[in-house]
Ligand binder design. Structure first.
Ligand code: 5AD
Ligand code: SF4
Length: 439
C-alpha cells in the first residue's frame, strides 16, 4: 500500500451514526486511511449525516460548500457522504454538489472499501441499496486497539413501526436484528479491549429478535461476560416493552437504571394521528410497572410539539403526562414535515404557536431535570471513570443514571468503577466525593 492517507469523519445525529462512523473508519483502514481530527490534513472527508428533521440536507450542502477552499488547494481531496441524507438524496447529492465523489447509504457500508478503491481510479461511487446480506458480516474485523471504557454496539437497525412523522423506516429500512452470537462475540472483544460499559443500539432496540428471549435474553447473556460492568440500551418503543425486559430492570444488576422511552405526545388523539399504536394511559402503565420493579429508574423521553392537528388541549395533555411521569432528562422537538411521510400531507400548526409550545414544554422538562439532579445530592452512586476532567486530578464519568459526574481523586483512574457520594448538582452535571473503588 502506498503511504498512509488521512480520513476526516464528521458525524451528525444519533448514537448509531457514532457507531457507524467508527466502523466505516475501521473499514477504510484497509484502504490505507488513518483518522485525522483536522479536515485540512485530510485526503478524504466523510460526512455521516442525519435526516430526522428539516434542513438536514441543506446543512450538508453548506458544510460541503465550506470545504471548497480545501478542494481548490488539494484537487485530489475526496468527499464522501454517508448516512440517512445519503440514503434519502442518493445521486441528487452529486448533481447538486459535483465535488462529492462517494455516496453511501447506511445499509451499504460494507461496500465502502471497494467504493473507495474505485475513487482512486478517478471514478465516482454511489450505493444506496438495501442489500439482503448483513453489512456487519462483511465489514472488516474490528481493530484490536485499547478502547474507551464505554462503547456503543449496534444490535438492531431499521424500523417497521412507521410513525406518521418519521423518515427512519425509509432511510434505515425494515427492522433487522443481528444474531446474538455475533453480538456476544463483538461484546467480548470490546471487553478484551478495555470496555466496561456497553450501550446496545437500535432504532427500535427493544424489538430485537436476534435472541430467542428477545432483548432481555441478550441482556442476560451479556451480563454473564466477566469484566463487563454495565449494560444500557436505546431507543425503545413502548409497545415492545415486554414482561421479560421490564423484569430485567428489576433483576439484572448490570442493567443500569436509566430508560429512554419516547412517547412523543400525551394526547390520545395525536398519538392516534401519529400512528403510535398506544395511548397515553398504556404508556403510563408501562412506566408504573417499570418503577414497581426498579423504583429509582430515571426516565428519558422524546416529544414532538405542533404535530398537525395539535390543539392547545392536546398540548395540555402532553404537559400533564410529563407531570405525571417526572422525567430525569428528555428531548423535545418542533414537528418538522418530512417529505414522503404520511404526516407531511397534513396542514401544519402555525409556527409561532409550535415554538411557544416547545418553550413551555422545555421549561417544564428542564425543571424536572434540575429536580432529578438535585435529588442526587447526598446519595451514593457508582461512576465509571471515562476521562480526565479539566481540573488537575479530576475524573469525569457517568453515574448509574447516565448523569455526568466530576470527581477529584488520585485513588482511581480511567476504566475504574468508583463509589462516590454526590455533593453538588447543576442542571447538567454532578460533583461527587470519592468513597471507594468497587471494580
Ligand atoms: N419532526 C420532529 N421530530 C421528529 N422526530 C422524528 N421525526 C421527527 C419529525 N418529523 C423525533 C422523535 C424521535 C426522535 C429521534 O426525533 O421525537 O423519537
Ligand atoms: Fe421513527 Fe421511532 Fe416511530 Fe420507528 S418507532 S418510525 S424510528 S419514531
Amino acid at each position: 500500500m502506498a503511504g498512509k492517507k488521512k480520513l476526516f469523519v464528521k458525524t451528525y445525529g444519533c448514537q448509531m451514526n457514532v457507531y457507524d462512523s467508527e466502523r466505516m473508519q475501521e473499514a477504510l483502514g484497509g484502504q490505507g486511511y488513518e483518522p485525522t481530527a483536522a479536515p485540512e490534513d485530510a485526503d478524504m472527508i466523510l460526512l455521516n449525516t442525519c435526516h430526522i428533521r428539516e434542513k438536514a440536507a441543506e446543512k450538508i450542502y453548506s458544510e460541503l460548500g465550506r470545504y471548497k477552499g480545501l478542494k481548490a488547494a488539494k484537487p485530489d481531496l475526496k468527499f464522501a457522504v454517508a448516512g440517512c441524507v445519503a440514503q434519502a438524496e442518493g445521486a441528487e447529492i452529486v448533481k447538486r454538489q459535483p465535488m462529492v465523489d462517494l455516496v453511501v447509504g447506511p445499509q451499504s457500508y460494507h461496500k465502502l472499501p471497494a467504493m473507495a478503491k474505485a475513487l482512486d481510479g478517478g471514478a465516482r461511487a454511489i450505493d444506496t441499496d438495501f442489500p439482503l446480506e448483513d453489512k456487519f458480516d462483511h465489514l472488516s474485523a474490528r481493530a484490536k486497539a485499547k478502547r474507551a471504557p464505554a462503547a456503543f454496539l449496534t444490535v438492531q437497525e431499521g424500523c417497521d413501526k412507521f410513525c406518521a412523522f418519521c423518515v427512519v423506516p425509509y432511510t434505515r429500512g425494515a427492522e433487522v436484528s443481528r444474531p446474538s452470537a455475533r453480538v456476544l462475540d463483538e461484546a467480548r472483544q470490546l471487553v478484551d479491549q478495555g470496555v466496561r460499559e456497553i450501550t446496545l443500539l437500535g432504532q427500535n432496540v427493544n424489538a430485537y429478535h436476534g435472541h430467542k428471549g428477545g432483548l432481555a435474553g441478550l441482556i442476560w447473556e451479556l451480563a454473564d461476560i466477566d469484566g463487563l460492568a454495565r449494560i444500557r440500551f436505546t431507543t425503545s418503543h413502548p409497545n415492545d416493552m415486554d414482561d421479560a425486559l421490564i423484569d430485567a430492570h428489576g433483576q439484572c444488576d448490570k442493567l443500569m437504571p436509566y430508560l429512554h422511552l419516547p412517547v412523543q405526545s400525551g394526547s390520545d388523539k395525536i398519538l392516534k394521528a401519529m400512528a403510535r399504536k398506544h395511548t397515553a394511559s398504556q404508556y403510563l402503565k408501562i412506566i408504573d410497572r417499570l418503577r414497581a420493579v426498579r423504583p429509582d429508574l430515571l426516565l428519558s423521553g422524546d416529544f414532538i410539539v405542533g404535530f398537525p392537528g395539535e390543539t392547545e388541549a392536546d398540548f395540555q395533555d402532553t404537559l400533564s403526562l410529563v407531570r405525571s411521569v417526572g422525567y430525569g432528562q428528555a428531548y423535545s422537538f418542533k414537528y418538522s414535515a418530512r417529505p414522503g411521510t404520511p404526516a407531511a400531507e397534513k396542514a401544519t400548526v402555525d409556527d409561532a404557536t409550535a415554538t411557544d409550545r416547545l418553550h413551555r414544554l422545555q421549561a417544564l422538562l428542564s425543571e424536572q431535570q434540575t429536580a432529578a439532579q438535585n435529588a442526587m445530592v447526598g446519595r451514593e452512586t457508582t461512576v465509571l471513570f471515562e476521562k480526565p476532567g479539566r481540573e488537575a486530578g479530576q475524573w469525569v464519568g457517568k453515574s448509574e443514571h447516565l448523569q455526568a459526574v466530576h470527581v477529584l481523586t488520585s485513588q482511581a483512574g480511567k476504566g475504574d468503577l468508583v463509589k462516590v457520594r454526590i455533593t453538588q448538582a447543576s442542571s447538567n452535571s454532578l460533583q461527587g466525593e470519592f468513597l471507594e473503588k468497587v471494580g
